[in-house]
Design a protein. Sequence first.
Length: 410
Amino acid sequence: MFGLGCLSEAGAHASSLNLSRVALYTDKGISASDHVDKVQASLIQAGIDVVIYDDVAVEPTDESFKAAAKFAQEGKFDGFISVGGGSVIDTCKAANLYATYPAEFLTYVNAPVGDGQPVPGPLKPHIACPTTAGTGSEATGIAVFDLLSMKAKTGIASLHMKPTLGLVDPLVTHTLPKNIIAATAFDVLSHALESLTARPFSQFAKPETAKGRPYAQGGNPFSDIVAKEALTIVGKYIVPAVTDTDNHDAREKLMWASSLAGIAFGQAGCHLPHGMSYAVSGLVKDFRPEGYPQGAPIVPHGMSVILNAPSVFRLTGVHAPERHLTAYKCLGGTHEAGPSEAGDAIAEQLIDMMKSTGIPNGLQGVGYSTSDLDKLTDGAFPQKRLMNLAPCPIERSDLHQLFAGAMSYW
């Protein structure tokens, strides 16, 4: 559901799902906010017992997922509510999964990092209430985390993990710091752009059974339509949303684009910028961006994605030029580029948008150097689920080249 003030309807929706005792997942930065207060009050008014878990990590790890799952297992809840950004929603998905189907942690984690076992069946009801205009996690069955032993991100993906309902209230964007708006909006952009340029579903072998069908299907007509609309909205509103904190209309539009892009990549999947971002986030050195908690270094997810994107699309443009040119025009590009210029056109458009919104100048801007190329490559190469959705085959040497190209742009 999408609409101003819809968070106040959480109780009514929880009642319609016959919930009586729920765990409300959030993080310390949001737990004292009006958003949590509004959702909690609505649930209590509906006669629902609410227990708050606010120890969600801003960038979740396998350890924080395990702690959240332990809370869910011990609490005997019949449903879950998440109020926060993608980290909160993803953590709630994982807690719901391991409380419903207990297993060794790596059982459901994407192969080859984990065992890649399918989620056995439906989970308990989960109402997701996003508070950032970015991840689209309320529309997907994906939960992403840092695997500390690898110093890289990976995840769990299953249709069973998709929240039962999303309450998308654009009012939450009005008070977000500009750096959070920028990072999350670029996550939206890359979700849509990667979906639109992903390897088409028709190029994958048909699975022998329905259960063998992967979570991400590859590019398809439905995801194309939704992705193009999301790109058009981001192209028009990202700069005013970041540079003018009073432009509530622009921020609300990005919230809508976030849900659209979540639907798009929930169908098609993401590819290289996201696959590479997992290493960028996991190997963070001492980068602490303004607007984020300062207790530990962090490269925010959307930032870690977009820093790779111009380098990636310079490579992939030749493999799907029409789709890259379509994306370029959706984002506001006006140069009449031909097929051979598709990759450079979209890359330069992204770089202009990065400059206009205060995104660092490539990987060097968040503390990396060419001496880190091997580690970054090693961290990204295991992300086979994402690499296989790229519009062209990707070898380790290609990833090394892409990270080198992402070191700086201007």
